[in-house]
Design a protein around this ligand. Sequence first.
Ligand code: ZN
Length: 328
Amino acid sequence: MQGDLLKPQHRCALRFNSGMTRLPSPEILISEVGPRDGLQSVKTTMPTADKLRWIDALAAAGLREIEVASFVPAQLLPQMADAAQVVQHALRHSGVRVMALVPNLRGAQAALQAGAQKLTLPVSASHAHSMANVRKTPEAMVEEVRAVLRLRDEIAPGVPVEVGMSTAFGCTLQGPVPEGDVLLLAAQLAQAGVDEIGLSDTTGMGNPAQVARLFKALFSEVGALTGAAHMHNTRGLGLANCLAAYEAGVRTFDSSLGGLGGCPYAPGASGNVVTEDLVFMFEAMGVSTGVDMNRLMAAREPLQAGLPGEPLYGMTPEAGLPKGWPGR
Ligand code: ZN
């Protein structure tokens, strides 16, 4: 799909050289998962007021979808005890779709009652990861998804339900995950009626060739239901994998500001793709994200203030924006 790469580069040159002020509408969606995936993985609980300030800064940067919380019992994840309050606050940003992770029907009920505008459920392709993460088999999770969809239809029709398929590219516990298992599960989820199916490299084992192959196969299996690429930077391949997914046709990408987060049940796996680097890559290619780089960098301040001492990652924030970058 080389043509896809060349066209945006050409547009980028135009935008830089002619001083065009009218930017195209965003071509891809960056789904910021830091307030959920990131905060869930750090030991410290960020005070609610800091979370809200951080979410406000993310919205101000132009992010149009933010996964703001996880609806799980507070005794399991005290970091998410304020989930309903955080959702309700985030709803004031009309340009943002407020998303919540729910592991089961009970979580879905609480999230929908709080006003979440999109739900995401984790379903593991790996049996071992599924048991460790949600104590259910993948088959039992498909049943749980069906129950969530019934509830959605009943009390909040129109709220999209996404499944992020964990360990789609390999599992620390099980080892390789057969691509056939991923596609079979995707077909079952499509049949159940989910709105989107994304693939997650939960353990950072994926490589660009595999990512391109599996997403192309997913498009063949479920067509337009193909959802987000959720890549991890565990072995430094996060951006390369996102680019491979883009070339395969994916248009939604999960990432977290400062690379916060990983998976507590996947030993050794850490580091979501860094939003700052991801936005930089696409914008530099001329693929519009709708995100303002300068404001995005500024959103690191409330994050760091809420989690003092927590390491933040990102090559772009360290190097700064290059000379000639808009707004610089
Ligand atoms: Zn992640």
